[in-house]
Design a protein around this ligand. Sequence first.
Ligand code: NZQ
Ligand code: ZN
Length: 392
Amino acid sequence: MFGFKFYTPTKVVFGKDTELKVAELVKEFGGKKLLIHYGGGSVIKSGLMKRVTDILDEAKIEYVMLGGAVPNPHLGLVYEGIDLCKKEGVDFILAVGGGSAIDSAKAIGYGVTNEGDVWDFYDYKRQATACLPIGVILTLSATGSEMSDSSVITKEEGLVKRGYSSDYCRPKFAIMNPELTMTLPDYQTACGCTDIMMHTMERYFTNGGNMELTDSLAEGLLRTVMNNAKILVKDPKNYDARAEVMWAGSLAHNDLTGCGNDGGDWMAHKLEHELGGLYDVAHGAGLAAVWGSWARYVYKDCLPRFKKFAINVMGVEDKGTDEEIAIKGIESMEAFYHEINMPTNLRELGVEATDDELVEMAHKCAVGVGGSMGSAKLLNEEDMLAIYRACK
Ligand code: NZQ
Ligand code: ZN
């Protein structure tokens, strides 16, 4: 087991009606003037926003509002949010929504507390030294942004999608009421389950470290999400299934399932970020579309873990060669994606990519990771292109 840092400062308040605690929590963490940041309006339509603002009004907590964070949130709105916060003297951001609203809130928080252009952090030019405190009311179980140190923003010019990570942006509190996810379209629920699993799989497929406990947690989390994702296909209002998935979403990306590894692989995510940037696809669906091609490209270089995954997570029988078992594991993962209506290649994702576009994505991806990246197998630009071509 490698050494690690484990830091999850987020206070989680989980369960039915927990959004009613929002004023209490904001006060606990010193918020006096809020920016309430949200997405395209699902939280208004569902009535959640009214409930939240009524509670804040009653508690006499001041706020300004900024909606419009789109999936693959844009830098332009981040700049708008920074200006608004500075003008209004905002000292706390309340993100209400999914990963996009939360990530956009984190970027705004960096922009308010650091001098200069906030994109510099996403462009790996310098490091942030602070972030405004952030609280979250989560409406979509997926990214784990409610506890994570990351934020992913798309710069409209050149459609560059980049992530930036630092502990400063980890939310102070996360309100998680599984019932709030019941208004999600089925597609977004499935995308979320895919993303959750991928956050743990990125940490699982490594070539470093012997991690008995971490592996058991990871395998248990993956099995749990698979079981409950299948339940939600048939019974989307199932509270317990929603709750299992929601909690898994946070644990999958608060680093718990990576303790003791070498940092993880993360190439499926990097490959997907280019798809999200160029074609604006849902993150989880993009991940499902590239995963099989990535896995087939790298599994021989990470065979023991692909075998272990096949047996312990996908329930493949321990019979045949290691390679045969590993391939069966990959195939059954793809069958699971189909079972929850997720794509397993670009065509199924609805993307008709030209070869020039694949070349462009591979190039941007390589630049984005500083040349090469990956633990299951170290991938360079040529490898990235081969994977994009294989998943066409
Ligand atoms: O915008 P609204 O109107 O709210 O609608 C959203 C959006 O259309 C809708 N939605 C959310 N909650 C809902 C709902 N609709 C009905 N009922 C609800 N309860 O769902 C759609 C998708 O929302 P979004 O926030 O974009 O989804 P997600 O949570 O999957 O976030 C995706 C973004 O997060 C990034 C992704 O790359 C992508 O940009 N990621 C962030 C990470 C992090 N910060 O740690 C890690 C991830 O790997 C990921 O890269
Ligand atoms: Zn993700």
